[in-house]
Design a protein around this ligand. Structure first.
Ligand code: HEM
Length: 228
């Protein structure tokens, strides 16, 4: 019963909230559809942390698509055997994962330690930061520690099949029962962030600000009393 809840009901609820929540937010709250930049309070850490996070997370998402969506047999048919796949996943995945983690540590410490950034942050800003940091940390832990300790575990024979089955509406909780705990926590928190997404600043992801490239600068001036 608990497995059915965790690996079937919970993921579907999160995905449903993700879709319906975005429609609701777009219809009712377009004015607040924003990344809510706090650049005018503190710039240095934000620039570095944000750059590291975004440069890291894009390849990490690409890695998730390859590892979760493409069946192992297809990769093998294309000449990528298990050994080659894992070398790529561990080395390339870890390099970009560490970049993402470093960025998240900087962004989260900035949000909690700089007084004016903290005061400007809503509960949802804080939760998103901490949850993202936690997800990325658990992903790195699973990749570097769990994979090394439980060498016989191959997530492409369990997690990836379970994940694809969800999307063809043939969910199978049994595939997740023997998955190591760190992966389970990573995945549940990963689905959790999808449920929170529409109600947070993460909605900015869908408004990729490509016009930034050509538009004029917006000048932010620091208020004397806002020195941190
Ligand atoms: C919701 C479904 C998700 C699933 C099923 C999933 C699954 C996985 C798996 C199987 C790994 C291990 C990869 C390996 O060892 O080669 C991993 C690693 C990782 N995940 Fe996720 N993940 C999910 C969501 C997320 C989210 C939302 C984030 C970021 C916010 C994330 C960030 C990471 C990172 C940074 C790593 C370590 C680096 C890497 O291997 O790419 N994951 N994830």
């Amino acid at each position: 019963m608990i497995n059915q809840f965790l690996w079937v009901i919970f993921p579907y609820v999160c995905l449903a909230v993700f879709v319906v929540g975005h429609i609701y937010r777009y219809r009712t709250d377009q004015f607040n559809w924003t990344a809510k930049s706090s650049e005018f309070i503190e710039k240095k850490k934000l620039k570095l942390g944000s750059l590291m996070f975004h440069l890291g997370i894009l390849p990490v998402i690409g890695g998730h698509v390859v590892g979760l969506a493409i069946p192992q047999s297809w990769m093998e048919a294309a000449g990528v055997n298990d050994h080659m796949y894992h070398i790529g996943a561990v080395y390339i995945g870890s390099a970009f994962g560490l970049l993402t983690l470093g960025g998240m540590i900087l962004l989260t410490s900035r949000r909690f330690t700089i007084r004016h950034v903290r005061r400007l942050s809503s509960a949802s800003d804080m939760i998103v930061n901490v949850l993202l940091l936690f997800i990325v940390f658990m992903g790195m832990y699973s990749t570097l520690v769990t994979n090394a300790v439980q060498r016989e575990f191959n997530y492409r024979e369990s997690i990836s099949i379970w994940f694809r089955d969800l999307f063809i509406l043939r969910p199978d909780a049994a595939l997740m029962v023997n998955v190591p705990l760190s992966f389970k926590i990573h995945i549940l928190a990963g689905f959790g962030i999808f449920a929170l997404w529409p109600f947070t600043r993460l909605v900015h992801v869908w408004s990729v600000p490509l016009n930034y490239v050509g538009r004029r600068y917006i000048l932010y001036r620091k208020h004397r009393n806002y020195e941190s």
